[in-house]
Design a protein around this ligand. Structure first.
Ligand code: GRF
Length: 196
C-alpha cells in the first residue's frame, strides 16, 4: 500500500492501553490501514507508553501543570504540537483521564474520538460498568464518539451492545465491555480517511 493513504494515528491514554494494543493488532493483521505515529500520556508510568514504544510510535509523557481531570491551555498546546509534528490525521482517546479543552478541539475539529464503556447517553463519566449494574440494566455496551467540550457528550459514531449476565460484577462486566471495545474501536478508525 502507498504510505500516503495510510491514516496517521495519535493515541492518548492514561493507563493500561488495551485499546491501543487492539489498534496495533488490527494494523498488524491488515484489518486497519493506519500507522501509530504518536502515543501520548499525562502519566509517566502508564503502560500505554511502553506499548506505544513497542509499536514504534513516538511516545511522550506531557504532565499537566495543574487542573486535576483537565488540561491547562499550555499543556494542550504541547500535545497539539507533538501531534502536528507527527502529522496525525486522527486523535484517539483510549482511557485518557482528562477533559480535552478548546485549544485541542480547535486544532482537530471532528478529528478527536473517544471510546467509552457504556451505551451513551447512559452512564457518562467514570465507573460506567458499575453504574449500569446499579441501574439494573439488562444490556450495556460501549460507544465510540466524537469528543466535544463535555464529558462523554459528543456525537455518537458507533455502539456495540454487551449483555449483563446474572452474577456479573463491575469487573467481570467491564472485561466483556472492553472485549467489545477492542473490536469496535479499530473498526470505527478504519472508517476514517486521511486529513486533506
Ligand atoms: C476503556 O474501557 C475505555 O472505555 C475507557 O477507559 C478504558 C481504557 O482502557 N475510556 P485501556 O487503557 O484501553 O485498557
Amino acid at each position: 500500500m502507498n504510505d500516503g493513504s495510510v491514516l496517521r494515528l495519535g493515541v492518548l491514554g492514561s493507563g493500561r492501553g488495551s485499546n491501543l494494543a487492539a489498534i496495533g493488532r488490527a494494523i498488524g493483521e491488515g484489518r486497519l490501514a493506519a500507522k501509530l505515529v504518536a502515543v501520548l500520556s499525562d502519566q509517566p508510568d502508564a503502560r500505554i507508553l511502553h506499548l506505544g514504544r513497542q509499536f514504534g510510535a513516538r511516545t511522550e509523557c506531557i504532565p499537566p501543570e495543574t487542573l486535576r481531570g483537565r488540561l491547562d491551555a499550555e499543556t494542550e498546546a504541547k500535545f497539539v504540537e507533538v501531534l502536528r509534528e507527527e502529522n496525525a490525521d486522527l486523535v484517539v482517546l483510549a482511557g485518557f483521564m482528562r477533559i480535552i479543552g478548546p485549544v485541542f478541539l480547535a486544532a482537530y475539529p471532528h478529528r478527536i474520538i473517544n471510546v467509552h464503556p457504556s451505551l451513551l447517553p447512559k452512564h457518562r463519566g467514570s465507573n460506567a460498568a458499575a453504574q449500569a449494574l446499579a441501574a439494573g440494566d439488562k444490556i450495556t455496551g460501549c460507544t465510540v464518539h466524537y469528543v466535544d467540550e463535555g464529558v462523554d457528550t459528543g456525537k455518537i459514531i458507533a455502539q456495540r451492545e454487551v449483555r449483563i449476565e446474572p452474577g456479573d460484577t463491575a469487573d467481570s462486566l467491564q472485561a466483556r465491555i472492553q472485549a467489545a471495545e477492542h473490536e469496535l474501536l479499530p473498526a470505527v478508525i478504519a472508517g476514517f480517511t486521511r486529513h486533506e
